[in-house]
Design a protein around this ligand. Structure first.
Ligand code: NAP
Length: 463
């Protein structure tokens, strides 16, 4: 039996070790998921909503333990991890619960006398959720709650870095009283996941993670005619116009770039600043960046934790050194932070100027605490640079001019346009992307569509 250990980025300790599923375990999970689905789809929606609510209450009631587990498993400072449950996850789950009855109702269609016509939204069957470690509850809840509400059973494969989060979801489902088999956890290696996708008892895959991983999911599903929802990477740009509230733009862009050590799919990865305010913006950005406290994520004084592992930090260090070799200048680098140590996941934030789009740091997802800032002359130049990316998740524009944002936003290749905010997911708005960010759809009133199949009823009466 193969084993998987979680190594903490905080101190390299083994947080937990788990057995990976073998053929018999996979078979048991898939048969159970399939067998439980019929009764679950016929369970009244009000009851499904009540159970999801109890699941959320379980997570809220155990937030202290859950928060320390997140910090230990993936390194986000303990001062922030409770909000993953208390703000994000519960807010998203409850929003989807609040709109479920309307969004899952039949769509009635106008029909001539003697006819009745409507479209029903049938569940798909069993949904496989493959989740990442960077926001281990938030990313998973985006699909878990709508999939369950729509009447599907769910199998969750969580990242090997955050296996305990999947187990917490199982505890929450058990405490809520979900029938056996409606929600199950699968600890599995990649080859096993790919075999599971090829099994006829899986009816949809939702994958959040890297572009490479998303492509592997699509390949595994080829020929099965099932949907694969892909929520992949980003290289999200920010554009600070000359009329921006600079203090707001500085504070929010620093946080957008470095929160979670930059390991956010919609974190700010590159900034374009109008030449009129460039110097002031950069000076303020540098001052604020220097105030981070890099250290042990379990220490309440820490505001920036380690990255997830040493090789992810090494990737970012290489992007930084390559950019500097090509002419970039680091106004803040890791030497300012005493806890920053080459060869480890501890990496202080770096602010680069004199950057351009020939550098990897401005084109490839860094997913770490580094930012490149470029001067631009006007909106057109900013739009062209913002669109010069293989990704398209979010773009943020900092200005007082809402009409300008609507005009610029129309030209941007992106899933979300923000004005005067960034790095935020609103459950009432659809979470999606374009280009290599994938084609997944999550949250909002569109957020049930991936988990249902429409069925037409065309009834001729009294014939
Ligand atoms: P990742 O390496 O692709 O892993 C994500 C999940 O997929 C993990 O559970 C992983 O399992 C699994 N996985 C990866 N490749 C697989 C394969 N070939 N077969 C089966 N399972 C596979 O991504 P990550 O490093 O955890 O997450 C970071 C990426 O996710 C970034 O690019 C980020 O931008 C993106 N992301 C996007 C969103 C969004 O909403 N668009 C949200 C969050 C993160 P193991 O852990 O066992 O390898």
């Amino acid at each position: 039996m193969a084993l998987q250990s979680i190594i903490s980025p905080a101190n390299q300790s083994v947080v937990a070790t788990r057995e990976l599923a073998d053929h018999n375990k996979v078979e048991a999970i898939l048969s159970q998921a399939h067998a439980s689905q019929k009764a679950w789809r016929n369970t009244p929606l009000t009851h499904r909503i009540a159970l999801c609510e109890k699941m959320v209450v379980y997570l809220e009631s155990n937030v202290d333990e859950i928060a320390s587990e997140i910090s230990l498993q993936m390194g986000r400072p303990i001062r922030y991890t409770p909000n993953e449950i208390l703000r994000g996850a519960q807010e998203r789950a409850r929003h989807m619960m609040s709109i479920a009855e309307t969004q899952l109702a039949d769509i009635s269609v106008e029909a001539p006398t003697g006819f009745k016509k409507f479209i029903r939204k049938d569940p798909l069957g069993t949904v496989l959720i493959v989740a990442p470690w960077n926001y281990p509850y938030l990313t998973a809840i985006n699909s878990l709650i709508p999939a369950l509400l729509a009447g599907n059973t769910v199998v969750m494969k969580h990242a090997s870095q955050t296996l305990l989060c999947a187990e917490r979801f199982q505890q929450a489902a058990d405490a809520a009283g979900f029938p056996e088999g409606v929600f199950q956890v699968l600890h599995a290696d990649h080859a096993t996941v790919e075999k599971v996708i090829q099994d006829h008892r899986i009816n949809f895959v939702v994958f959040t993670g890297s572009v490479q991983g998303g492509a592997a999911m699509e390949k595994a599903a080829a020929g099965r005619f099932i949907g694969v929802g892909t929520e992949l990477g980003g290289k999200d740009p920010s554009y600070v116009r000359a009329d921006a509230d600079l203090q707001l733009a500085i504070a929010e862009n620093v946080d957008g770039a470095f929160f979670n050590s930059g390991q956010s799919c919609c974190g700010i990865e590159r900034i374009y600043v109008h030449e009129d305010v460039y110097d002031s913006f950069v000076a303020g950005f540098v001052d604020l960046t220097r105030k981070y406290v890099l250290g042990d994520p379990l220490d309440p004084a820490t505001s920036l934790g380690p990255m997830v592992n040493a090789s992810a930090a090494e990737f970012v260090r290489t992007q930084i050194s390559d950019a500097i070799s090509a002419g970039a200048v680091a106004l803040v680098d890791e030497t300012h932070f005493s806890a920053s140590t080459p060869g480890t996941p501890y990496l202080g934030p770096t602010v680069l100027v004199n950057v351009n789009h020939s550098m990897s740091v401005m084109k490839d997802e860094s997913f770490g605490p580094v930012i490149g800032i470029m001067k631009v002359a006007n909106d057109d130049e900013a739009v062209s640079l913002m669109n010069d990316s293989p990704y398209g998740l979010t773009c943020s524009i900092w200005t007082q001019d809402v009409e300008a944002v609507e005009r610029i936003g129309q030209q941007l290749e992106t899933g979300t346009v923000f004005m005067n905010r960034c790095d935020y997911v609103d459950p009432a708005l659809v979470w999606t992307g374009v280009k290599d960010t994938g084609s997944g759809i999550a949250l909002s009133e569109l957020g049930f569509t991936p988990y249902v199949h429409p069925k037409s009823f065309h009834l001729q009466l009294n014939k």
